[in-house]
Design a protein around this ligand. Structure first.
Ligand code: PHE
Length: 524
């Protein structure tokens, strides 16, 4: 209102430092006052009531020592105050002054007070020589504090700067002109055009707030992908760009046959015990598996075949029929490979389009066909698996597995290793090591290690291998068709990627919804 009134009276404000703010007696020459004025200028100019230009200036502010002098007086004045007048009776020695004011103030203060002839010596005692003093340093401090400068000019300012009582600071002041919407009324401008304003005609005389096209707007609330789903999406795109097709993996419940037997996991294997695997109680048994295949699998377990001696342990049909929560997505891979081998078993009429063509990842329908009908395939899946784990910071009873299998004639271990390097490179992991490992269904088996740049050590990131003939040949694959596969968890790279150390902040009831909404998408 002050700015508008002065503009109305004088037509312009040439220097906002001359304004006297409401409740003040002195002009607003300090920087703090100019900042208050700037706030008002911005608000008025956004309504185009005024225009203003900024002028740069150098002002001065008090250092902490200067501020203390403004409050308590200069060192010399404090020494003078501490000393009695001549003949006053009491005695004060330099030591007493030091005790009272501290050595720094008393030393500098006594020096100056003597020089100014404010105090003198009488024997060992100090006495006042001047009955009254003008503490010009304190007055200067107060002047700088309220005006940012000294009337006496630059020389005095330079002296105070040298004494480290004041320092220079960039300041601003403003010149102000009337704007196109100038008026002395600060009534808030309208923000909306209302029906009332239209019918009454008030819109003709109203002032409207300018539309702010730069405003970010209120954030909209909407769905957000969980970090695991973002990383899953990234894995999917890596697989898809490498020509893989996604396997159907919706069956969380599998039979012991597909989860273990078909993979040549012995029926006595510890992973199959209740402390590792969740079994279903209702229903507890599966429908019978495909009979011919089932017989071949039972035979290779019990008696061997295809060049193998088998496990030579009695086969148990009940074990095979138990229903369980799948412990790995390799159960789905096995079922898909068995379907893929249907052509080799002569069960698929090639002239008909079938489900496999869309699921095999084969690049062309006219793939070279050899007598047994085999077509190469690249398949992947990313889905949930369940294990009866003791839960801790890095383990839950379920996690997601990323799995790939490649089937082709004459594949070798070198193909698998080469493939791993390409796959992980796409995730930004270039430093790989392979360590011999054991899986019942692969030989050789390799654990994959990557160098973790932040942990500065090698961490296991996956498991892989060449599927055994005991698994592939009962399915009907010819001997020269080799299949390699590998698996890793989705959680581990996600936790590393987002710097999460406890699985419970990623999965479960402790996940922060806000965190999920704000987590950026991942790019490997
Ligand atoms: N099923 C293995 C696991 O759970 C991963 C794997 C898949 C290993 C395919 C080899 C071949 O760790």
């Amino acid at each position: 209102q002050l700015v508008l009134d002065v503009l109305d009276k004088d037509g312009a404000i040439n220097d906002t430092r001359t304004l006297v703010l409401p409740g003040q007696t002195e002009p607003a020459s300090s920087q703090d006052a100019q900042i208050i004025i700037l706030g008002a200028l911005n608000s008025l100019s956004s309504r185009e009531m005024i225009t203003y230009t900024t002028q740069e200036t150098l002002t001065h502010v008090l250092t902490p020592e200067g501020a203390s002098i403004a409050l308590n007086g200069s060192h010399e004045a404090r020494v003078w105050s501490a000393v009695p007048a001549k003949g006053e009776g009491s005695t004060v020695t330099p030591k007493d002054v030091e005790k009272l004011l501290g050595s720094e103030i008393s030393k500098v203060g006594q020096g100056r007070a003597f020089k100014n002839k404010w105090i003198g010596k009488e024997g060992n005692n100090l006495v006042k020589l001047a009955s009254e003093i003008v503490d010009s340093t304190q007055l200067e401090m107060r002047e700088v504090d309220s005006t940012g400068t000294l009337k006496t000019g630059e020389k005095a300012l330079a002296d105070l700067r040298k004494r480290k009582l004041i320092s220079q600071r960039k300041g601003q002041w403003f010149t102000v002109q009337k704007g196109p919407n100038f008026s002395t009324s600060t009534a808030k401008p309208e923000t909306d055009l209302t029906v009332d304003m239209l019918t009454s005609g008030a819109w003709k005389t109203s002032t409207f707030k300018k539309y702010n096209f730069e405003a970010e707007g209120v954030p909209t609330s909407g769905g957000a992908l969980h970090p695991l789903l973002k990383v899953r999406d990234e894995f999917r795109s890596i697989f898809l760009e490498m020509g893989f097709a996604e396997m159907p993996t919706s069956s969380f419940v599998e039979s012991g046959f597909w989860c273990f037997d078909s993979l040549y996991v012995p029926q006595q294997h510890p992973a199959r015990e209740v402390q590792d695997t969740f079994y279903l109680s209702d229903p507890s048994t599966s429908l019978p598996p495909p009979q011919e295949y089932y017989k071949r699998v039972a035979r290779v377990h019990e008696h061997g075949g295809y060049g193998s001696t088998g496990y030579r342990a009695p086969w148990n049909d009940a074990e095979s029929r138990k229903l369980l929560l799948r412990t790995h997505t390799t159960a789905s891979s096995a079922a898909m490979l068995w379907k893929l081998a249907a052509r080799c078993r002569g069960e698929v009429d090639d002239s008909k389009e079938d489900e496999l063509a869309t699921h095999s990842g084969a690049t062309s329908k006219n793939q070279t066909q050899i007598k047994d009908g085999f077509r190469p395939a690249k398949l992947f899946s990313i889905d949930r698996v369940f294990r009866n784990e003791t839960m801790d910071a890095t383990h839950l009873a379920e996690f997601q597995q990323v799995e790939g299998v490649v089937a082709d004639r004459g594949l070798t271990l070198a193909d698998l290793i080469g493939f791993m390097r390409v796959f992980f490179k796409k995730m930004g992991i270039e430093n790989l090591r392979f360590k011999p490992a054991y899986n019942p269904y692969t030989e050789p088996s390799l654990e994959i290690f990557a160098f973790h740049p932040h942990l500065r050590k090698w961490v296991e990131i996956g498991n892989s291998g060449m599927f055994r003939p005991e698994m592939l040949e009962p399915m009907g694959f010819p001997k020269d068709v080799h299949v390699h596969g590998w698996g890793l968890s989705l959680e581990r790279p996600t936790m590393i990627r987002y710097g999460i150390s406890n699985i419970r902040t990623l999965v479960g009831h402790k996940v922060s919804i806000e965190g999920v909404e704000k987590t950026p998408a991942v790019r490997f």
